[in-house]
Design a protein around this ligand. Structure first.
Ligand SMILES: Cc1ncc(COP(=O)(O)O)c(C=O)c1O
Length: 415
């Protein structure tokens, strides 16, 4: 009898604690939301809670064989478990779940299938030199995810709750994080509008899910520079549009242009230009950096600014800017750069290095730009790619735990 009372008291205490966390998280979700404050009744959850996570682990027979770590193809292998949580306008957020990876079932009228109400993130878990698993600046991915969600009217939530759920997912599949300081576990949070009604309108229901899978090194045989097609006929994003958000809808139209670059121009990537002055914006799915001696004779690292609304706020971009600013050895600026500036710098021998930056590769050196019938040779590798390599080393040393940093979050593998 006494133990029954104690158990009941304990369970009420846990419930009370959860209500308190939910209240705090509701405030955090409201604070992080760009949308109008919710008018829903107080008992409709405006976030889900990592403490509510139900974890159903796969049986031995359900586990997938691990691929050969030396033959990893990006995006082709998936770990055994996934995370998911549902939302509905009338019921708010449901209970989060980690379970064996499975197909999704949805009505063929689901809005995501017709109007691309979808966003995603790309992040990684790194197995460090010390064997510990780390995430790199996951708070920035959570922040960008919520910004993307607000742009397509998907609901908000407390970002730390998703971060914690991702940590638990990585912990459940910890043996899928490659035991290597070049391969990683790629993490793909995805958020879709599942409302089963046609009509371009807000989706009243949504599904947030996360899948993961091991990926190999971007440059298995050392740095390989890329050549870029810069054709002003194609535009990735424009002011007032969605280029600053990580929406699936931004990517589908780039596939054909990429194929043109590869098949017709023998380039590896597209250099996205914008406007009549052929402003440089991004490289494929990477942010762009230019390192040159500027017109005043100063060494300067520049990257296009976020203020125009056509640049994705990359986690790597922000980190490289902060690192370079911290070194204080050359000027670092976020500002527009145009093709005529690049051509002039190349002609005058002031161009030092150009590179793309993103989670997949960290940095990717650029060796040539095919522009208006000309092939412009960029001396990145000829000058030894000194800055590109230094940034790569500095950042990967942090990601793999060689350099201690508060940019990393160690995953507790005991879920
Ligand atoms: C268009 C675009 N730009 C830049 C990036 C780089 O962003 P991050 O450094 O967060 O990977 C990505 C990749 O997510 C991208 O898709």
């Amino acid at each position: 009898m006494a133990s029954k009372i104690v158990r009941s008291l304990l369970s009420r205490t846990v419930d009370l604690q959860k209500s308190l966390v939910r209240l705090q998280s509701t405030a955090a979700a409201a604070a992080s939301s760009n949308t109008k404050p919710s008018t829903s009744p107080a008992d409709i959850p405006t976030t889900f809670l990592a403490d509510d996570l139900e974890i159903q682990t796969s049986t031995e027979e359900m586990r997938h064989p691990k691929p050969d770590p030396n033959q990893l193809v990006f995006g082709a292998h998936f770990a055994d478990h996934m995370f998911e949580v549902e939302y509905h306008d009338e019921r708010g957020w449901g209970k989060p779940l980690i379970s064996p990876i499975h197909n999704l079932v949805m009505h063929p009228g689901a809005k995501v299938l017709h109007y691309a109400i979808q966003l995603f993130e790309g992040m990684k878990a790194y197995r460090g030199y010390d064997g510990k698993i780390r995430l790199f600046r996951p708070d920035l991915n959570m922040k960008r995810l919520l910004a993307s969600a607000a742009r397509i009217s998907l609901p908000s939530f407390d970002p730390i709750q998703l971060q914690r759920c991702i940590e638990r997912l990585v912990a459940v599949d910890h043996d899928w994080v490659p035991d290597s300081t070049s391969s990683t576990l790629y993490i793909r949070p995805t958020f879709i509008g599942t409302d089963p009604t046609l009509g371009v309108a807000h989706s009243r229901s949504a599904l947030l899910f996360v899948i993961t899978g091991p990926v190999g090194p971007y440059f298995p045989t050392g740095f390989k520079p890329v050549s870029l097609l810069a054709d002003p006929a194609y535009v990735r994003a424009s002011p007032g549009g969605c280029g600053a958000y990580k929406l699936g809808a931004n990517y589908a139209p780039t596939i054909w242009v990429h194929a043109e670059a590869v098949q017709k121009h023998h380039c590896q990537q597209v250099l996205w230009l914008y406007g009549p002055d052929h402003e440089l914006t991004e490289v494929g799915t990477m942010n762009l950096f230019v390192f040159w001696v500027n017109k005043s004779g100063k060494r300067e690292l520049i990257t296009p600014p976020l203020s125009t609304g056509i640049i994705l706020p990359g986690v790597t971009r922000q980190s490289l800017l902060e690192l370079a600013q911290g070194w204080g050895e050359f000027e670092v600026h976020e500002r527009q750069v145009f093709m005529r500036d690049v051509i002039k710098a190349l002609d005058e021998g002031r161009m030092l290095e150009m590179f793309g930056a993103g989670t997949a590769c960290v940095v990717c050196p650029i060796e040539a730009i095919v522009y208006q019938g000309q092939r412009l040779e960029v001396p990145t590798m000829k000058t030894g790619a000194e800055l590109t390599m230094r940034l790569h080393k500095t950042l990967t040393d942090i990601q793999f735990g060689r350099t201690p940093s508060d940019w990393t979050v160690v995953v507790n593998e005991n879920y």
